[in-house]
Design a protein around this ligand. Structure first.
Ligand SMILES: *Cc1c(COP(=O)(O)O)cnc(C)c1O
Length: 406
């Protein structure tokens, strides 16, 4: 008898974005003459930087000739890309990361999901609340949690991100084995200071824990004192794996390219307490189950690090940050407490009420789609997330409508 993975039955229905879509659709059907502006989902709207398009075109031409055609590439990514990443994203910032510690992939979503294959079933896992749902759901699928009761899975350790702690939870007093951190954060837009990250690194070293650091939004950091990488913190190379993506940095959400850093020095432990390096394990996993990102896409990603590429991606993230500033200012002016938006494309608004009620109000009265904070976890109740990913015209129009009703 083929048995099913019964852990899947514990998963909560993927309620958030389907529920939003349902409410927007029913509003549009009832009000076909009222155009809706979407500041909900975290997807980019602006086209790829021209350098990426040119690099991709050139690579496609190479694929058209026998002499320059390429078949399977290295599963871990081409050296030209791994070296450009190591040099520009890490060495330039004083973070010690070598090209062969970088694994190029088709997404940080898959990587943050797949990495936990390397760990034992019975480990304790800490996740922030509110949270990017992938971290939680993949551990539920793997059987590391009990049932969901009142919006929380038993067996998971939740790290409350609240207005009081500036949406940056401190390490817990008890030991956990695996910790997910994401800065700049989705959904709150919060960033972690050097000292806050150092406290987590110290905690992980003391408890022989591992930090999974999601830096998908690092390109939005403008404040020079905020670290872009966990490896800017001393001691992190033994206790942290970092995830990066070209999705938000360079508009690759539909193009697909990301990477994961697994330092040679990072380890997990056997039952007896012997250290096992994770680099060879991830290399084995990656080469067994993945066959590499397409050559034209890796060339497009490489172009991000060229002189023009840096200028163009900076302009792209600047554009979204200006949107975020407009959104943040609009809500602040209407008397709301707002977080995020300065080094992040997300603005997190304290609406002092029910997230879904407020969502409905903005949809029905201003025709603006947001994301109810409650959809990201219990601590998100009372907040909404506004995404800066849209055209300037739409953001300005949306904020004018919102200001009129608030
Ligand atoms: C968008 C996003 C990613 C990037 O995912 P990709 O699969 O690389 O597109 C990763 N982490 C978080 C928190 C995100 O919001």
């Amino acid at each position: 008898m083929i048995r099913v993975n019964e852990n899947y039955a514990k998963l909560q229905a993927s309620y958030l974005f389907s529920e939003i879509a349902k409410r927007v659709k029913s509003y549009q059907q009832a009000n076909p003459d009222k155009p809706v502006i979407r500041l909900g989902i975290g997807d980019v709207t602006e086209p790829l930087p021209p350098v990426c398009i040119e690099a991709m075109h050139r690579a496609v031409d190479e694929m058209s000739k026998r002499e320059t055609f390429r078949g399977y590439g290295p599963e871990q990514g081409y050296d030209f890309l791994r070296e450009a990443i190591a040099k520009n994203d890490f060495l330039r910032r004083g973070a010690d990361v070598a090209a062969d510690e970088i694994f190029v992939s088709d997404g940080a979503k898959c990587d943050t999901a797949n990495i936990q294959e390397l760990f034992a079933d019975k480990i304790s896992v800490a996740v922030p609340d509110p949270v990017y749902p992938v971290y939680v759901d993949t551990n539920v699928m793997a059987g590391r949690t009990g049932k969901n009761v009142g919006g929380r899975y038993s067996g998971l350790h939740y790290l409350d991100s609240t207005q009081e702690n500036g949406f940056v939870p401190a390490p817990p007093s008890e030991p956990v084995d695996l910790v997910y951190l994401c800065f700049p954060n989705n959904p709150t837009g919060a960033t972690a200071t050097r000292d806050q990250l150092a406290a987590w690194v110290e905690y992980a070293r003391k408890n022989r824990a591992l930090i999974l650091f999601d830096a998908a939004y690092e390109a939005f950091i403008r404040d020079k004192s905020i670290p872009h990488s966990i490896y800017e913190i001393e001691g992190a190379r033994e206790v942290a794996i970092e995830f990066r993506s070209f999705s938000k940095t360079a508009g690759f959400t539909g193009t697909r390219c990301a990477y994961t850093v697994v330092p040679h020095s990072v380890a997990a432990y056997t039952r007896k307490g012997d250290a096992v390096p994770l680099h060879p394990m991830w290399n084995r996993r990656h080469t067994t189950k993945f066959n590499g990102v397409s050559y034209p896409v890796q060339r497009a990603a490489e172009a991000v690090f060229s002189r023009d590429g840096k200028k163009q991606t900076k302009a792209l993230t600047d554009f979204y940050l200006k949107n975020a500033k407009i959104i943040k200012k609009g809500f602040a002016k209407a008397g709301f407490e707002v977080a995020g938006g300065d080094n992040s494309p997300y603005v997190w608004v304290n609406i002092h009420g029910d997230s879904w009620e407020f969502f409905d109000r903005l949809l029905n009265e201003a025709q603006v789609v947001t994301t109810p904070g409650a959809g990201f976890g219990k601590m998100g109740q009372g907040f909404i997330r506004i995404s800066a990913f849209n055209s300037r015209e739409n953001v300005e129009k949306a904020m004018a409508r919102i200001q009129k009703i608030l």
